[in-house]
Design a protein around this ligand. Structure first.
Ligand code: ZN
Length: 325
């Protein structure tokens, strides 16, 4: 059967996957295998614990394996004078001390692991949650929704940015917004921001109805926080958002928790941050083959979907619109 898909969906690597090899230095000594237990005991009792390089294996075979290299501690923890003083008078004081470079960050991809373990043996735990492949059924839903926002952008006006929020469970569009392209748009009222504001609005209405039904309804603190912050942004922009919220939002705790966002353009840094705050699950944005410059940049330039410093991460997919044959 011919491939009728018009989008080539590629997951955008997370920050860790883009990590280049960086090393840090450690003090090592050369021992016989039978001395391993004793030296590990000495390290445990007398030297600082390894900090931040727990992925590094403590012991490495040396040469044909008749000897072992053991990491004693990090050079950042003790000066050479302090290190020598710690060993003086012990059975390890006479051993040959060397300084070795070891990977300072844990490997997250198979390629990083293969390359980095040649520097020093390391433990490898793949990032399973981000490497999930999309199921066929899921792909069809994504393709359909991408076509929906793309067609809407094309029909209404060229240069229009359209975004939509969907529930991956019900596959219903919960919010959608369209604004003019970057450069001509309101500084805050971007399509993704308007979508979140709509979800907030629907959620507020739902809570109000719930409250009127039962005066004893307790509003979860986290959710009302998200609501207030997005609502206030919305007011700043003058309100009046496109379309209607369309149904109840099934979000547990946070505004857009686990929801999918579809956009005809890559979100800017501000929108990407708003998507982080609202706890979306996945982002799909369209990129045409001509669109080589990234005017969005929130994902491709700033990796906002996967910054270690932020407390929420989401999966981002760049959906390249294939050229018509
Ligand atoms: Zn934006």
């Amino acid at each position: 059967m011919a491939d009728t898909r018009v989008f080539d969906i590629k997951r955008v690597p997370v920050e860790e996957e883009r990590q280049q090899l960086v090393t840090e230095q450690v003090y090592t000594i050369l021992i016989r295998p039978r001395q391993t237990t004793a030296v590990l005991q000495f390290i445990e009792q007398r030297l600082p614990r390894l900090a931040g390089i727990e992925h590094v294996k403590r012991v490495k075979k040396h040469g044909d394996g008749a000897q072992l290299l053991v990491i004693m501690c990090q050079c950042s923890q003790l000066t050479r004078t302090e290190f020598d003083a710690a060993l003086r008078g012990t059975e390890w004081g006479a051993m040959e001390v060397a300084v070795h470079a070891v990977p300072a960050v844990a490997p997250y991809t198979g390629e990083q692991y293969e390359r980095w373990k040649t520097v020093w043996p390391v433990a490898y735990r793949p990032l399973a949650h981000v490497q999930k492949t999309l199921g066929l059924d899921d792909q069809t839903y994504i393709e359909t929704t991408l076509r929906y926002v793309n067609d809407m952008a094309r029909q209404r006006n060229c240069g229009l940015v359209v975004a939509a929020v969907c529930s991956p469970k019900t596959r219903l569009v919960l919010a959608e917004a369209s604004v003019v392209a970057a450069g001509e748009e309101h500084p805050l009222r971007h399509a993704a921001m308007c979508c979140i504001a709509q979800v907030a609005d629907a959620e507020r209405k739902r809570l109000e109805e719930e409250e009127s039904e039962s005066a004893q309804t307790v509003v979860p603190a986290k959710r009302s926080h998200s609501l207030v912050s997005v609502e206030s942004k919305c007011d700043l922009n003058g309100g009046d958002l496109n379309g209607d919220g369309g149904g109840a939002v099934v979000a547990a705790g946070y505004l857009c928790e686990g929801l999918d966002v579809f956009s005809t353009k890559e979100p800017c840094a501000m929108c990407a941050m708003a998507l982080v705050h609202s706890r979306i699950g996945r982002l799909f944005y369209i990129k045409t083959q001509e669109d080589t410059s990234s005017n969005g940049g929130g994902i491709s330039r700033y990796s906002m979907h996967s910054l270690k410093a932020l407390n929420h991460h989401f999966a981002a997919y760049e959906c390249i619109l294939k050229k018509k044959k």
